[in-house]
Design a protein around this ligand. Structure first.
Ligand SMILES: NC(=O)c1ccc[n+]([C@@H]2O[C@H](COP(=O)([O-])OP(=O)(O)OC[C@H]3O[C@@H](n4cnc5c(N)ncnc54)[C@H](OP(=O)(O)O)[C@@H]3O)[C@@H](O)[C@H]2O)c1
Length: 238
C-alpha cells in the first residue's frame, strides 16, 4: 500500500517503522511545516492515510483526505465533537473513516473485560466506580480518549451512572476520571470498583507505542476496500 502519514511525531514515526516492516511504502509524510502538501493532487498516489496529529488539526486533515476519496485511519483524540460530521463526509465521498480512541489490541480486550465486570456489578450498588489514566506530560487532551471510551462502556452497563466527569468536578451519577500527567508514560488506564469491604482494580499498561502503531496499521490494511465508518469492533470481528 502507498501510505500517507499525517502527523510525523511520536506515533507517526512508530507507524512509519511498522509500515516499512510490513512491506508498505510511505509516499507522503505531513507535519506542521509542510501542511500544504496535504492536497488532492499529492493524495492521488495515496491508498490510505493515517492521521495522528492534534485535537485542533485532526478534523481538517481528515476532511481533506476523505474528500479526495482516500480511506482514512484516525487516532487523534480530543476532537470527537466533530466525529458525526466526519462520518457524513466519508459516506458522501464513498470512502472509509476508521476511528479508535485506542488501537492497541490489549486495550480493546480490556474494554470487553470492563464491560463484563460492569454488567455483573450493575445489581451491586455498593461498588463505586472510578477511572484513573496516566500519560506523558506532552499529551494535549484530558481525560484521554481511552478513558472516555471506558467511561462510556461502563455507564452503558451501570444504571446508576449516566456520564463521566473529570476530577475535581464530581457528581453522584457520573463516573469520576482522574487524569495524571507525568514523565514519558505511553498510557496507563485503571478502573476501580470500590466498596467498604473490598476493591477490584483492572489495569492496562502500555509498555511502549508499538501496540498502538501496529493496531493502526492493521486498521489501514482493513480499510483499503471498505466504505463508511469503521471501528476496532469491525476490525476484530471482521
Ligand atoms: N488512538 C490511539 O491508539 C492513540 C495512541 C497514541 C496517541 N494517540 C493520539 O494521537 C495524537 C498524536 O499523538 P503523538 O504522541 O504522536 O503526538 P506528537 O508526538 O505531538 O505528534 C503530533 C504531530 O503532529 C504534528 N502536527 C501538528 N499540526 C499538524 C498539522 N496541521 N498537520 C500535520 N501534522 C501536524 C505535530 O507537529 P509539532 O510537533 O511541530 O506541533 C507533531 O509532529 C494525540 O491526539 C494522541 O492522544 C492516539
Amino acid at each position: 500500500m502507498n501510505i500517507a502519514i499525517i502527523g510525523y511525531g511520536k506515533m507517526g514515526h512508530e507507524i512509519e517503522a511498522i509500515a516499512i516492516e510490513r512491506g508498505h511504502k510511505v509516499v507522503l509524510a505531513i507535519d506542521k511545516n509542510n501542511t500544504h502538501e496535504l492536497n488532492p493532487i499529492l493524495l492521488k498516489k495515496v491508498d490510505v492515510a493515517i492521521e495522528f496529529t492534534t485535537p485542533e488539526t485532526a478534523f481538517k486533515n481528515i476532511e481533506t483526505c476523505l474528500k479526495a476519496g482516500v480511506p482514512t485511519v484516525c487516532g487523534t483524540t480530543g476532537w470527537l465533537n466533530r466525529l458525526e460530521e466526519a462520518k457524513r463526509i466519508a459516506e458522501q465521498y464513498n470512502t472509509a473513516l476508521f476511528y479508535a480512541s485506542n488501537y492497541s489490541i490489549g486495550v480493546n480486550l480490556f474494554f470487553k473485560i470492563n464491560q463484563l465486570l460492569a454488567s455483573l456489578a450493575n445489581k451491586h450498588c455498593e461498588y463505586d466506580v472510578s477511572i484513573e489514566e496516566i500519560h506523558h506530560t506532552q499529551k494535549k487532551d484530558a481525560p484521554s480518549g481511552t478513558a472516555i471510551t471506558i467511561a462510556q462502556i461502563l455507564s452503558k452497563e451501570l444504571n446508576r451512572y449516566n456520564d463521566w466527569s473529570l476530577l475535581p468536578e464530581f457528581y453522584d451519577d457520573r463516573i469520576p476520571i482522574k487524569a495524571i500527567r507525568e514523565g514519558n508514560v505511553p498510557g496507563t488506564h485503571s478502573v476501580f470498583f470500590d466498596s467498604e469491604q473490598d476493591q477490584i482494580i483492572l489495569t492496562h499498561k502500555a509498555k511502549n507505542r508499538r501496540g498502538f502503531a501496529l493496531g493502526a496499521m492493521l486498521a489501514a490494511e482493513f480499510s483499503l476496500d471498505k466504505k463508511g465508518f469503521l471501528t476496532m469492533d469491525s476490525l476484530l470481528n471482521g
